[in-house]
Design a protein around this ligand. Structure first.
Ligand code: APR
Length: 249
């Protein structure tokens, strides 16, 4: 039990929770990494050799996100918090859909596309310049601004904070992530041993984790189903009988 004595739901989300809002995931057949090479747009090397292409890539991501709206899954989590549940969200997503839905405790493990940061000091964050980041937009140390996004090959500055949050979970809900990227995916194994873990993802079975309750359904269906159950009960109880055929060990 977390220190506040109120059961603590920790939710770990990935691109799949925003898929029903029209934001492309990464590793699907029609995902972003089918259209772009990671090494061309999402590495320090890409930034060094072709920053304009990198900025253009994130301009496009930002446009997609600006026109998207939170979906039933984001809304259900926000509603749970509004009803007095202690809900901490750790997201790999760079979009702001959890916040726009109304969630207040959101940690962005891989950064936030709607912020700019110094390219020499990851702690120096700036509001996004009007019209997006352009070459020549500088931080206070005189270095080029870049998107506040963690690239492949870079350290994840907020990882230890996320680990601390995970360690206080009474229940872990994982939504819409392939768990393919480290160290983020390790969070699933950093909750205390007795803590129940539930994954909601249409591809949940392919995760091959028989130690986790797997709900093979879209986030927009699975998350509201669970949160309604908790709201009715008034607590985070997960009855075995609710998913008898899903538990496979
Ligand atoms: N509801 C829930 N899950 C869904 C839905 C949906 N409607 N649609 C797709 N998914 C699932 C897919 O089955 C897949 O397991 O979302 C997952 C998306 O996986 P990835 O594309 O790998 O995205 P993610 O896990 O968030 O990627 C992690 O990789 O490229 C980097 O930095 C990027 O943060 C990202 C990280």
């Amino acid at each position: 039990m977390s220190s506040s004595q109120q059961p603590h739901l920790v939710v770990f989300t990935g691109a799949g929770i925003s898929a029903e809002s029209g934001i492309q995931t990464f590793r699907a057949e029609d995902g972003l990494w089918a259209d772009y090479r990671i090494e061309d747009v999402a590495t320090p090397d890409a930034w060094e050799h072709d920053p304009e292409t990198v900025l253009h890539f994130y301009d496009q991501r930002r446009n997609q996100i600006r026109y998207a709206k939170p979906n039933a899954a984001h809304n259900a989590l926000a509603n749970l918090e509004k009803n007095g549940f202690q809900v901490s969200i750790i997201t790999q997503n760079i979009d702001d859909l959890h916040e726009r839905a109304g969630s207040t405790d959101v940690l962005h493990l891989h950064g936030e596309i709607l912020k700019a940061r110094s390219s020499v000091d990851s702690r120096m964050l700036y509001p996004l310049p009007k019209g997006g980041i352009r070459m020549g937009d500088l931080c206070d140390k005189g270095s080029q601004l870049r998107p506040d996004v963690v690239w492949f090959g870079e350290a994840v500055p907020r990882y230890s904070e996320a680990c601390e949050i995970a360690s206080t979970a009474d229940l872990l809900l994982v939504v819409g992530t392939s768990l393919a990227v480290m160290p983020a995916a390790m969070l699933v194994d950093l909750v205390p041993q007795h803590v129940e873990r539930i994954v909601i993802d249409p591809a949940a079975e392919s995760l091959g984790r028989s130690d986790i309750i797997r709900l093979a359904m879209p986030a927009g269906e699975g998350v509201p189903m669970l949160t309604q159950h908790w709201l009715r009960k008034g607590h985070l109880w997960v009855p075995e009988t609710l998913y008898p055929h899903e538990r496979l060990n």
